[in-house]
Ligand binder design. Structure first.
Ligand code: TK8
Length: 337
């Protein structure tokens, strides 16, 4: 008797292992989880970690069917499928959610974060979570933020050394007004396009360039169609894991718990993995023949000044409370370090 009780206590202490899967209110579920990048990418690896964790925590009952390379649609198409209930889950850029939840535009503020660690604190903190929960008013449930990363510029025409070099460049931007205005102010001919159409647009020279983190430039093979990589670090982009609210509302508390726990595991894995890959990715891009230049601090400062008016527009659309809360939190973080 005693031994049995001890065993039970040990099993419970080990967390959601075999026992809860039977005891808990968990049904057999197939969960379609879409993402935009290739399977062989930081995004693909983290989706796999999430899928494995969901299987483990649910005793194999909840099965993630992961579909990469935008085979279920672009970010925006998948968001609509989630809202309508035709697809259960996805991970994609917060930038493409701005049309649904305007507060997400806060993350598109140029030069907002100085490091990934700063971003973690803000995104996982009060304001980051408050913005994530706003999705629930619009048919989506946000689970966790992942790191997409600091964005850098590539193009097929010339090295970009400062704001003056943007003129004459046709650049693909993510589909929202902040990105559009940012690059217009820099003097580029900015063209909003879904990520899923980007490689072809670069290959056929429909656009000259684009901007994304090193990891993505590598995993999406943009180096095959882009000669120049200019290090600007002009903005930090998060990804966000979301679920269809229609579907989520029908899940049991135990099922939600499995998904939230697995999402937290995937987040921690993804950020570590992405940061470890970033430096290696830059070296690999050089080895693959890209010509890399670092934009000087003076030229970055000029870029900041050129695009500063964008901040006022962001503050207006997200509201001064959220804007000020993030500025105050960043000030705090920077004081401590
Ligand atoms: C992938 C996109 C991508 C983003 C972009 O679906 O669109 O450039 O950086 O990661 O979300």
């Amino acid at each position: 008797m005693k031994l049995k009780a001890l065993f039970l206590a040990a099993t419970l202490a080990a967390g959601a292992m075999a026992l809860p899967a039977q005891a808990a209110d968990i049904q057999t579920r197939l969960i379609r989880f879409g993402y935009g990048l290739n399977q062989d990418s930081n995004q693909g690896r983290a989706v796999q970690v999430f899928a494995d964790e969901v299987a483990k925590l649910s005793g194999g009952k909840m099965k993630i069917r992961a579909v990469g390379a935008a085979a279920l649609g672009s970010d925006i198409q998948m968001q609509q499928a989630l809202i309508g209930g035709a697809q259960e889950m996805m991970v994609g850029s917060t930038a493409t959610l701005v049309g649904i939840t305007p507060e997400m535009a806060l993350w598109d503020t140029p030069f907002l974060f100085n490091s990934g660690e700063e971003a973690d604190q803000v995104l996982d903190g009060k304001t980051g979570q408050a913005i994530m929960h706003k999705l629930e008013d619009n048919g989506l449930v946000g689970l966790v933020y992942w790191e997409n990363g600091f964005r850098n510029l590539t193009n097929s025409q010339k090295p970009v050394n400062g704001p003056e070099d943007f003129s004459g460049l046709k650049l693909r931007v993510m589909q929202n007004n902040v990105f559009l205005e940012t690059f217009q102010r820099l003097g580029a001919n900015a063209v909003p396009l879904p990520f899923s159409e980007l490689f072809t647009a670069l290959e056929t020279k429909t656009v000259d360039g684009q901007e994304n983190p090193y990891n993505t430039i590598l995993s999406s093979k943009f180096y095959e169609v882009q000669k120049y990589l200019s290090i600007t670090n002009h903005v930090y982009s998060p990804w966000i894991v979301t679920a269809s609210k229609k579907w989520w509302d029908g899940l049991s508390a135990d099922e939600r718990d499995v998904l939230l726990k697995a999402a937290a595991v995937s987040r921690d894995f993804e950020r570590k993995d992405t940061r470890a890959e970033a430096d290696k990715a830059l070296a690999q891009l050089k080895a693959d023949g890209m010509q890399v230049n670092t934009v000087s601090p003076e030229a970055v400062q000029k870029m900041r000044e050129t695009i500063a008016p964008v901040n006022a527009q962001i503050e207006k659309s997200v509201g001064s409370d959220l804007w000020n809360a993030v500025q105050a939190q960043l000030k705090d973080i920077r004081k401590q370090s």
